[in-house]
Design a protein around this ligand. Sequence first.
Ligand code: MSP
Length: 500
Amino acid sequence: MNNTFYLTTPIYYVNDKPHIGHAYTTILADVLTRYHKLRGQDVFFLTGLDEHGQKVQQAAAKRGMEPQDHCDDLAPNFTQLWDKLEIKYDDFIRTTEERHKKVVREALQKVHDAGDIYVDEYEGWYSVSEERFITETEKDSGEFRDVKKLKEKNYFFKMSKYQDRLIKHIEDNPAFIQPEHRKNEILGFLRQPLNDLCISRPKERLNWGIELPFDSDYVTYVWFDALLNYTSAPGYLSDEDKFSKWWPASVHLIGKDILTTHCVYWPTMLFSLGVELPKTVFAHGWWLMGESKMSKSLGNVVSPLDLIEEYGVDPVRYYLMREMVLGQDANFTMESFIKRFNSDLANDFGNLLNRLSGLIGKYFDGVVPDPGELTEAEQDLQARATGLDEKIVELIDNFHVNEAIEETLQVVRFINKYMEAQAPWKVAKEDVKAAGRILYAAAETLRICAVHLAPVMPDKCSQVLHVMGCENLHSAWGGLLPGVKLKEHEALFPRLEINE
Ligand code: MSP
């Protein structure tokens, strides 16, 4: 069995300060990474920054800076936020790094040598904000800003040549574009004849980009450059062993806004290069504020930094992962955030730890009791706890992250019910041994739940495991050792009072 897993996020435009939308994809990648590591896979998680193109050049000019200085100045906004959010990537690629530029130049030359690039003069409507030629219909839609007529000689990639092959690939590989409705969207798009892709920009108009290896008057179109990051980072054309270890990527995580570039441009580029396609491109929906997409240009963004300062990292990660059904849009509201926090984290999860450590403190001097022989009630609990392994693997393989969390929370809720039904505080008065059995079973089940929630809330779950004296992430029954003294702890998630 292939035990490697390679996943990527989009590389973000360096101009924007990262908002919750950007943080979301990156947290999701981190959570998936941790789930895959938990099952023993060797994982490579890549993220980074998209630093070329017109928008960056203009933003730098506005600040009176050289584009490279502008990028160097802004890049730490991302890396520092990722650190704060406990995001543990394996590589961070910036498209202005030489290791990437070299691969882009060589790949362009290869595509050129394969006869897939030609030069043509093109006249049409050009959208400065979108950095591309738009069709007459798009122009008439009025949705594009800064539109002007432009006549230019440019280089084109023969994307049309690969149209049929791409359709066949999508049809033969149902896992390639997910979820299903995005696959249908792309197949619908491919029913029209596919245009070739303009992959150059004349330097007189834009010089912040990677120079074409076969014409120094031009730089590379930013998407042709950016998409190659997924291969340049794991060693394409530079480190054969590393590249063959990780490629093809297991999954490119993207937002639905960049579906066409990833499901049409990118695979046809790879066809031309003779490189295998990624196994899956998964497009998630948007975080909305009310009816509209959260985006900087609409001025309705939530700052991840403000949120984590106020509520801590883990609740923010938890909310984003629990609240969005992957593939659909989700609404960000403070009301739902606080509700989730109080019901799932404070009431169900955090209180349970308090209760258990309190009772073990009171009746066993804080020392984990011996379970003795389990009765049917504990065996039921044990089966629910150990059954999580298989369920979660399947849910995560299908990108049902919210359901993987919910499965675990249901077990947590079940422990609470079990405690109510067994009432160990009453039992302890007559039969200490039986109370020990009940408390052990409840605590061990909670430990196993903490292991399964650790990918989402690494910090709080490791606190739980620390209290129980078993820091490793083993989900098999019996990890909690009788005789171990529980460590003192504070409330995990103190309830939030709603401020009017
Ligand atoms: N630079 C390109 C991607 C190149 S990948 C080879 C780009 N960058 S971006 O900064 O605009 O980031 C886009 C990604 O950020 C989206 O695909 C999505 O993953 C994430 N999101 C940005 N806003 C979002 C929401 N409101 N909601 C959810 N995710 C969003 O496009």
